[in-house]
Design a protein around this ligand. Structure first.
Ligand code: BGC
Length: 441
């Protein structure tokens, strides 16, 4: 039986997400340093990446061809403020050019102010471990909003404070590479919440009607054995630390127990958001195991028989789980603010399961809207394969495949599917036919 078309609200945003360091090329920040000394699991370096600093417009053209009406990009702090209090007007001018280029193509830009990377001077001074970090960040934000504010009204202060703090200070996969530092992880998270609150207020002071939020990564933590109390306990602990911490800070001005013991007062962050962003990729399974103190005594694993994209170097990327979007949005709805899915995708060089993922994610989002959840947009990660942090060039998330040598872009079949969805503003027979074509390929 043909499926009923699932049509979205007329002003729904269909976009893609990117981040400066992953696409611009030749950045000079704590990540490029980390790469240069061989600290990525892949050994890869970002190099010229997708060459956006010279030619982001090539990809903006692709975005326009797909029919997208929004694009999330980030501005690189280390380019704009290469030394403390010294701002580079040429860098700012290049961002103005990019933002104007998006507007000219009918694409609304959303700017992320911090997407994992720090200027080296800021990192060397202790990054977000120091009490001073919020003032430094606010200065940068003020400058960006003063200089780019006429071209953007929607700001994502921080990308994934939960990933930045846990991978940098608990797991050690991101710079500065610390391991098993739960107290430090919570301190970093708390200082990011303070910096977020300062940025929120500063932007509202500088712009008449901005929309300011942050975006967190949301993972579904499934107890390996639902009958086991210990498995359920550790899965719940991970859910609290990873998925709920920042949300609670914004909602209540404090972290959940016991993390509040390390964080100090966070009242200043209460209520500081106009929307909630969610980056949703995976489900993971959790088994109680004393050998894993860094992950709160939960051994995280992915069973072989679940849908998965391509594996990372040392571990699987996770179960591709469309229903995660439904769970994440239901959870975030507690804040009673508009919600945007600011990232969703799968590493899948051959496009084996991406079409399936996109189609089912659209179904989940439609169900959420039907149930009254204020979901305003979906941003696929990503338009073109880009530098995937520690996994380097191994994991391929693009609707377009990138040949790094030639910088040639080749559409995967998912590009055609996503474009059909975007142009129809929903899931229609035509879009499903595009998926069928990709399944046959
Ligand atoms: C990050 C992106 C990353 C993506 C895919 C998200 O956690 O914000 O920078 O490339 O996941 O792993």
């Amino acid at each position: 039986m043909p499926e009923q078309p699932l049509i979205f609200p007329a002003d729904f945003l269909w976009g893609v997400s990117t981040s400066a360091h992953q696409v611009e090329g030749n950045n000079h920040n704590q990540w490029s340093q980390w790469e240069a000394v061989g600290n990525t699991a892949s050994g890869d370096q970002s190099g010229i990446a997708c060459d956006w600093w010279n030619n982001a417009e090539r990809d903006f053209d692709l975005a326009r061809e797909l029919g997208l009406n929004a694009l999330r990009l980030s501005v690189e702090w280390s380019r704009i403020e290469p030394e403390p209090d010294k701002f580079d007007v040429n860098a700012i001018e290049r961002y103005r050019e990019m933002l104007s280029g998006l507007h000219q193509r009918g694409i609304k830009p959303l700017i992320t102010l911090h997407h994992f990377t720090n200027p080296i001077w800021f990192e060397e001074a202790g990054g977000f471990l120091t009490a001073d970090s919020k003032a430094q960040f606010e200065k940068f934000v003020r400058r960006v909003v003063e200089d780019l504010g006429d071209l953007c009204d929607t700001w994502v202060t921080f990308n994934e404070p939960n990933v930045y703090s846990t991978l940098g200070y608990l797991v050690g996969e991101f710079p500065p590479g610390q391991r098993s530092q739960l107290g430090t992880t919570v301190t970093v998270l708390a200082n990011i919440a303070r910096a977020h609150a300062c940025a929120y207020r500063a932007i509202h002071e500088l712009q008449p009607h901005p929309r300011v939020g942050w975006t967190d990564n949301y993972i579904v933590f499934e107890p390996a054995n639902s009958q086991s109390r210990l498995d359920r306990m550790v899965a719940a602990a991970q859910h609290h630390l990873f998925n709920l911490s920042f949300l609670r800070v914004i909602e209540r001005g404090s972290l959940v127990f016991p993390f509040n013991l390390f964080s100090g007062d966070l009242e200043e962050a209460k209520g500081s958001c106009d929307f909630v962003g969610l980056n949703v990729y995976n489900r993971a399974y959790v088994r109680f195991d004393l050998k894993f103190p860094a992950s709160l005594f939960g051994h995280i694993f992915i069973p072989d028989d679940v849908p998965q994209g391509d594996p990372g170097i040392d571990h699987p990327y996770g179960e591709a789980y469309p229903h995660a979007i439904y769970l994440a949005a239901q959870n975030a709805a507690q804040l009673k603010k508009p919600i945007y899915i600011l990232e969703n995708g799968v590493p899948d060089a051959q496009d084996r399961i991406r079409p399936w993922l996109i189609t089912n994610v659209v179904r989940e989002m439609h169900a959420l809207i039907q149930e009254g959840i204020d979901l305003r947009g979906y941003f696929h990660w990503s338009l073109v394969d880009n530098f995937e942090w520690s996994e380097g060039w191994r994991l391929r998330f693009g609707l377009y495949a990138l040949d790094r040598e030639t910088q040639r872009r080749t559409p995967r079949l998912s590009a055609q599917l996503y474009s059909a969805i975007v142009k129809a503003n929903g899931l229609t027979e035509e879009a499903l036919a595009a998926q069928a074509t990709s399944n046959r390929a």
